[in-house]
Design a protein around this ligand. Structure first.
Ligand code: HEM
Length: 393
């Protein structure tokens, strides 16, 4: 199958992040609905089978070897076993349900990132070049600083938010080797704990004193304890930074590479379609891991307790084809880019609001953008652009 320009860039971007990733994701095409791969475990690239697994907490957990909860328990402590996937998780999610609604996520992004995005519109209109990969990192850094009540000495300076982003990135990078194993070496655990302490330093005070219309204040009002709130803060930082920044830059590149930006400019009410397609095609968390906690039959195969399952969500989401503004809602895929079931992304409304605000800022220039320079991120957990400089045509 011949790849178009957009697909070629996406494939190179995946390869730059981890050379084995495109191989795994391509192999995934042969893993429909489910296939055992020596050394890796079960591969699943069928969206319905993946959702079936993600919706079955009786037989699958993210706490065992191969799941992200196993990584976090080593860093944050054993309480994670309850709060991330045990009875405590249900309580946490029930309390946290109203943390992010579509409306308050849009208001959060407008308040915290709106003025910075207006600057981007003005800079482009004035003929300047803007690095959208950097802008994405600054925008998510701003959101995280606000959510976590981080003290920022020079709030108008992008450098502070780049630092915050990099701190989250360093923490996530400690998990880089986890496709093969989620057992972390002692030194890695120690390094991760230092970063966590640095990131959550301000959480206790904000949890106590912040007003109820700020996230940490709201956590307190919703009855979340300090430890749960600190855990949630770490999760937000790790789960919500690289993924969102990746989706932002890649969606801007896709709109350019597929020439869909012209359509979008003529029909700006299609922004929600552009955001959905951007998230589907980029699937910033390309693989979701689980371990089997009790023997179970899936799609005619017997999975045994202790085995690992890798859901190749990137493969599943890209099987219907490339970025297409006219693509109808895909009921099998739904929003698998945000996972499914009890761990469905808590920050999905924030991610959509960030992408929407960025696209609005670009459309506000009234002119098409061209890509002046692009560089893929090398050796990063979440495939992304290191640099995507654009200017108006
Ligand atoms: C495009 C951006 C994003 C993508 C693609 C994404 C994707 C995901 C996925 C796939 C999961 C499920 C992981 C699993 O089941 O093992 C997840 C969970 C989560 N995400 Fe996101 N995410 C994004 C942005 C965000 C943002 C902006 C935030 C917060 C502000 C956030 C917070 C969370 C949290 C807290 C969880 C854990 C939920 C739980 O375990 O109950 N994410 N995300």
């Amino acid at each position: 199958m011949a790849l178009d320009l957009a697909q070629r860039h996406e494939l190179r971007l995946l390869a730059a992040s981890r050379p084995a990733l495109p191989v795994l994701l391509t192999l995934g095409r042969f893993a429909r609905p489910i296939r055992r791969m020596p050394g890796l475990g079960w591969l699943v690239a069928d969206p319905v089978t993946a959702r079936r697994i993600l919706n079955d907490p009786e037989h699958f957990t993210l706490l065992g070897e191969g799941g992200v909860g196993h990584l976090w328990a080593q860093v944050l402590g054993d309480w994670v076993y309850d709060a991330f996937d045990g009875a405590g998780h249900h309580t946490l999610r029930t309390k946290a349900r109203e943390l992010f609604t579509e409306d308050n996520a849009a208001a959060l992004v407008a308040r915290v990132a709106g003025p910075r995005l207006d600057q981007c519109t003005a800079a482009l209109a004035a003929g300047e070049t803007v690095d959208i990969a950097d802008l994405g990192r600054v925008v998510v850094g701003r959101i995280v600083a606000d959510l976590l009540g981080l003290h920022v000495a020079a709030p108008d300076d992008d450098a502070a938010y780049r630092d915050i982003f990099e701190t989250g990135e360093r923490l996530a990078a400690l998990a880089l080797g986890s496709t093969a194993s989620t057992h972390l070496p002692e030194a890695t655990v120690a390094a991760a704990r230092t970063i966590v302490a640095q990131m959550t330093g301000g959480v206790a005070a904000a949890w106590r004193d912040a007003p109820a219309d700020r996230l940490l204040g709201r956590c307190r009002e919703l009855g979340l304890g300090l430890r749960e709130t600190e855990g949630l803060a770490v999760l937000l930082m790790v789960a919500g930074t690289e993924t969102a920044a990746s989706a932002m830059a890649r969606t801007v590149a896709l709109l350019h590479d597929t020439a869909s930006q012209q359509r979008l400019r003529a029909e700006p009410h299609r922004i929600a379609d552009a955001v959905r397609e951007g998230l589907r095609v980029t699937t910033p968390a390309p693989v979701i891991g689980r371990s089997v906690s009790a023997d179970v039959q899936v799609a005619g195969r017997r999975l045994r307790a202790g085995e690992r399952v890798l859901m190749l969500t990137y493969t599943a989401n890209n099987a219907p084809g490339g970025f297409d503004l006219d693509r109808e809602y895909l009921p099998d895929n739904r929003q698998l880019w945000f996972g499914a079931g009890r761990h469905l992304c808590l920050g999905a409304p924030v991610a959509r609001a960030e992408l929407t605000a960025l696209l609005r800022a670009l459309l506000a220039t009234g002119r098409p953008w061209r890509i002046v320079e692009r560089r893929y991120g090398r050796r990063v957990l979440i495939p992304t652009y290191a640099r995507l400089r654009i200017a108006l045509s």
